[in-house]
Design a protein around this ligand. Structure first.
Ligand SMILES: Nc1ncnc2c1ncn2[C@@H]1O[C@H](COP(=O)(O)OP(=O)(O)OP(=O)(O)O)[C@@H](O)[C@H]1O
Ligand SMILES: [Mg+2]
Length: 348
């Protein structure tokens, strides 16, 4: 029998509430989701146990993983610099990074990338002829090292350490490419991933990121709101949040103030982008476990006054026969970052 060459990678999204993993396998020029999993993290000290539990449930073909960092130890800056070669850029950034980041340069891992902006794309001229836009990412070295130690200690082989917001952008680009959806390449879309404790925003046009921000509000704030208002413990509030049934009105009333706070913060980011680039955010794509709240889409759409949908990053992705597709679809929005991480297989 003829066996096509295949290679696989696991996107491992280590959140504060759950670990999510998606394994992608490339077969010829095709991509297939060959395994996925999700386990809950019970406390900050038990992240390693949660990943080990996930690894014991899942049958991954590979030890190669792509994971991500996020939070206050990660700094992202969009810079306008004079045109220079990649090599010149790398050395310039090393000398000038302290202008842009609040940490000691010796304590961080730096990465930078030229942003290729088509003239007129996303409403900006690409700057002066002699200028270019550059994305600078700095991450505390200790955070990267902790990730390596954690993953290597579990027998995994970390290949790339990404940033949550960019993984989200990669998932969006991957989905558009699989669906041959080039019509949306010039559309400004806000990707908003609502986790347990934080919300990541990445405003993109095609495969270029224009703005990212992290807001420290998420699904656990909704649970807290229900617990407080309805006098429940957190476990009971979580159960009610996931399936409010006849108590939907009480659930809405308890959660709306938190949705308002989050929605207003997100809207500030849209305003910032729109003022800076003189172009409107056209559509909002929600993802993350926090976005699974049944009435969230509608509530945020009202706040944003823009089309707002819970998106499915797996829409055009095939899965192997032993994957339960219905269950996968149910969890799809929560897997967006893991999908984006695994989509690095394209370049691996
Ligand atoms: N069916 C559901 N309905 C409503 N909320 C849900 C549902 N399933 C999960 N959640 C909520 O999703 C959140 C977890 O989502 P996710 O896995 O994206 O977070 P995380 O990545 O672990 O957190 P973070 O990114 O903030 O570190 C929790 O607040 C949980 O209560
Ligand atoms: Mg998350």
């Amino acid at each position: 029998m003829f066996l096509k060459r295949s290679k696989s990678i696991v996107g491992l999204d280590i959140g504060s509430h759950a670990v999510k993993a998606v394994e992608l396998t490339q077969v010829g020029s095709d991509y297939v989701l060959t395994e996925y999993g999700k386990t809950q993290i019970y406390s900050e000290g038990s992240i390693s146990d949660a990943i080990a539990e996930l690894l014991s449930h899942c049958r991954f073909r590979t030890k190669r993983v792509v994971t991500a960092v996020s939070g206050k130890s990660v700094i992202v800056r969009y810079l306008s610099l004079v045109q220079m070669s990649d090599e010149e850029l790398r050395s310039a950034i090393r000398f000038e990074a302290d202008k842009y980041i609040p940490f000691d340069v010796d304590d961080v891992v730096l990465d930078c990338q030229k942003l290729h902006i088509a003239p007129g794309a996303a409403g900006i001229d690409a700057g002066q002829d002699n200028e270019m836009r550059v994305l600078l990412v700095a991450c505390k070295r200790s955070l990267v090292e902790d990730h390596f130690t954690l993953l290597s200690g579990l027998g995994l082989q970390p290949e790339i350490i990404d940033v949550d917001a960019f993984a989200l952008g990669n998932a969006y680009d991957f989905m558009n490419r699989l669906g041959d959806n080039f019509a949306d390449e010039d559309k400004v879309v806000a990707l908003v991933d609502i986790g347990a404790n934080k919300t990541n925003i990445n405003i993109v046009c095609g495969n270029t990121s224009y703005f990212t921000r992290e807001i420290y509000l998420g699904g656990d704030d909704f649970t807290g709101g229900i617990a407080k208002k309805l006098n429940l413990d957190l476990h009971e509030a979580e159960v009610l949040k996931r399936d409010p049934g006849e108590q939907i009105e009480e659930a809405k009333e308890s959660v709306y103030p938190y949705i308002d706070d989050l929605g207003n913060e997100i809207r500030l980011s849209f305003d910032y982008y729109e003022n800076q680039f003189d172009r409107e955010v056209e559509e909002v794509y929600l993802s993350g476990g926090g976005a699974r709240l049944v009435f969230l889409e509608e509530a945020l759409e009202k706040t944003f006054e823009k089309k707002t949908t819970l998106w499915n990053p797996l829409q055009h992705l095939k899965s192997s026969d032993r994957v339960d597709r219905d269950l996968l679809e149910e969890n799809a929005a929560q897997l967006a970052i893991a999908v984006g991480l695994a989509s690095r297989l394209r370049a691996a």
